[in-house]
Design a protein around this ligand. Structure first.
Ligand code: ADP
Ligand code: MG
Length: 238
């Protein structure tokens, strides 16, 4: 099994006046391709900071971060932008859809950087929206969609460029239990289909049952790692 994320003794400190906050305080971790990794821990334990570091949205104060063979903490902003477009997808708690664009346009957007023809981009976006159950909502703007539907659009967008790894920061935080469960099922089955890796921050203990590993953080450190379902769970239980 190939390793996709390697964190080696990673630190991220913030200076606030005279105080130094160690948001991530010496984390080493390997994540293999195809894993569904859940990050858990109390508020302020460093989950979002760690996720942003792994996704190349932030740089560590110390330590190294590899995605595949690329050491991302050494890339400049331009290189990082290209890296993220090619390899990374994001799902956020607040969806971050563009309010003036339709569902279809929101999903087509990330594809405009990868040299696909307009026709191909639209085809791909339609396929994805269909896969997340929004075939009849493509022309709707975010404000014309429910929270659960907006999160489906953002999942379709995250998967659009077929990224190797998808990072999600409390993606179900604003959804009711039934919708949250559906969303986790959807993300894990889509990822499974294409051997993509998921790294998900979630408070919800129920949702961590989808995880192959649960990484518990406290005060910027790994407190505990629990093994969850094995990577072939879905096939065995199909
Ligand atoms: P979590 O996602 O687990 O709730 P965060 O990673 O957001 O935690 O934050 C970890 C710690 O780092 C917290 O104490 C938070 O206040 C601090 N922190 C996060 N981002 C910043 C920032 N941009 N500037 C200063 N402190 C920050
Ligand atoms: Mg957070």
């Amino acid at each position: 099994m190939s390793v996709i994320v390697t964190l080696d003794n990673v630190y991220r400190a913030y200076k606030m006046g005279s105080e130094i906050i160690k948001a991530v305080d010496g984390i080493s971790l390997k994540i293999t391709q195809g894993e569904v990794c859940c990050l858990q821990g109390p508020s302020g334990s460093g989950k979002s900071t760690l996720l942003h570091l792994m996704a190349g949205l932030d740089k560590p104060t110390k330590g190294s971060i590899h995605i595949g063979k690329t050491r991302i903490d050494k890339l400049n902003e331009n290189q990082l932008a290209v890296f993220r477009q090619r390899y990374v997808g994001f799902v956020f708690q607040n969806y971050y859809l563009i309010p003036t664009l339709t569902a279809l346009e929101n999903v087509t957007m990330p594809l405009s950087f990868c040299g696909m023809s307009r026709k191909k981009r639209t085809e791909r976006a339609k396929e994805l929206l269909e896969a997340v159950g929004l075939k009849d909502r493509m022309k709707h703007k975010p404000s014309e969609l429910s929270g659960g539907q907006q999160q489906r659009v953002s999942i379709a967008r995250a998967f659009a460029n077929n990224p190797k790894i998808i990072f999600a920061d409390e993606p179900t935080g604003n959804l009711d239990t039934a919708n949250a469960f559906e969303m986790m099922k959807l993300m894990t089955s889509m990822a499974r289909q294409f051997n993509q890796t998921l790294v998900i921050v979630t408070h919800d203990v129920e949702l961590s049952e989808f995880a192959t590993r649960i990484i518990k953080l406290r005060d910027g450190k790994i407190e505990k790692i629990e093994n969850g379902r094995d990577q072939n769970y879905e096939e065995k239980h199909a």
